[in-house]
Design a protein around this ligand. Structure first.
Ligand code: ATP
Ligand code: MG
Length: 331
């Protein structure tokens, strides 16, 4: 096993979907065998957008249980709920004093999200990347798996770490981006020019990890494609975004190559193909759903896992936080 530490998190903003699974979570399961993995349900991050308390509480538990259901091993990894470790909020305050207003103003996610939630542009939405830096730096993470949307935030985490290290003495490990192999970017089933997203209000746009078989198949049958009929992958044709996305999903879920997929469906129409993709996804999710149901039937077990995860996280982060307090000069 490599000594390297990986940190990654998912927000409990809604039930994780096929995009989260193929783009991130499936790799979390693979990485646990090769790295010291620290995985978090980022509930504090989710508060930047107004949550309904009872629903939020359920979503935090659901997300945590789903991570175990897909195969995250709580013995091999540190799997915890962010707010169960108060060090994140503590370090975030201190690091915010090492972050410049101008730096945060340049974050494109802040610009996007404040446009989307113009009725609630709160300070948390603005300082969100500082909390993210605290998440990563607390555990001295070497690697952070990221999609293109998070590149700017990781660079900021590094800048904050460098600034602190220079002001005092080496304290934080500088995290490197980790681009996982075979991670697919999955697009919305109803508007294939947009990414599949938890916060999309259209239920037909995404497939949740807990959708039932017939619901999954129905959503794929409705997936937006184009007016031709050949199942051929063409990255350079924007009008083919729908069919390209379905081919990406099919190959990611079955492990087949694009040409194998094209061959398998040659001479068949979009209808047959959509059914094939829907069935493949439903097959892949059947075990996850079963495992999730088994897990949630035992509330005590889940709570015990959460407690154990939080203890492991605290034990690791307290070392960093103590160092930081001391270097700053707090008594
Ligand atoms: P939200 O709409 O609330 O931001 P999200 O669907 O973007 O939700 P996140 O919790 O922000 O999900 O991201 C969790 C992980 O899933 C991240 O690593 C992110 O890069 C990845 N991810 C999110 N959407 C997709 C997608 N459509 N395809 C591939 N990976 C994705
Ligand atoms: Mg997101």
């Amino acid at each position: 096993m490599s000594e390297k530490t990986i940190f990654s998190a998912i927000q409990p903003t809604n039930t994780p979907h096929l995009g989260n699974y193929l783009g991130a979570l499936k790799n979390w399961v693979l990485m646990q065998n090769d790295y010291n993995c620290i995985y978090s349900v980022a509930d504090l991050h989710a508060v930047t957008i107004r949550q309904v308390p009872a629903k939020f509480r359920a979503q935090i538990r659901e997300t945590y249980a789903i991570l175990i259901a897909i195969g995250i091993d709580i013995k091999k990894t540190t799997l915890f709920v962010q707010s169960h470790n108060p060090h994140h909020a503590e370090l975030s305050w201190l690091l915010s004093c090492y972050t410049q207003f101008g730096e945060l103003s340049r974050m494109t996610q802040f610009k996007d999200k404040s446009e989307k939630h113009s009725e609630n542009i709160n300070a948390g939405l603005f300082t969100y990347p500082v909390l993210q830096a605290a998440d990563i730096l607390l555990y001295q993470a070497d690697l952070v798996p990221i999609g293109a949307d998070q590149k700017q935030h990781l660079e900021l985490s590094r800048d904050i770490a460098v600034r602190f290290n220079n002001a005092h003495s080496p304290t934080f490990t500088l995290p490197e981006p980790h681009i996982p192999q075979n991670s697919a970017r999955i697009m919305s089933l109803s508007s294939p020019d947009k990414k599949m997203s938890k916060s999309d209000e259209n239920p037909n746009a995404s497939v949740s990890l807990l959708d039932e078989r017939d619901v999954i198949i129905k959503k794929f049958k409705r997936a937006v494609t184009d007016s031709s009929s050949e199942i051929v992958y063409n990255e350079n044709a924007p009008e083919k975004a729908g069919i390209n996305n379905l081919i990406s999903i099919y190959t990611a879920v079955t492990g087949k190559s694009i040409s194998e997929c094209e061959k398998e469906f040659s001479g068949k129409g979009y209808g047959d193909f959509k059914l094939g993709v829907g069935e493949a996804v439903a097959d892949a999710f059947a075990d996850i759903r079963g495992e999730y149901e088994r897990l949630t039937a035992d509330k005590e077990y889940l709570e015990a896992c959460m407690r154990e995860g939080a203890e492991k996280a605290l034990k690791c982060s307290v070392k960093t936080l103590r160092k930081v307090y001391k270097k700053i000069g707090l008594v």
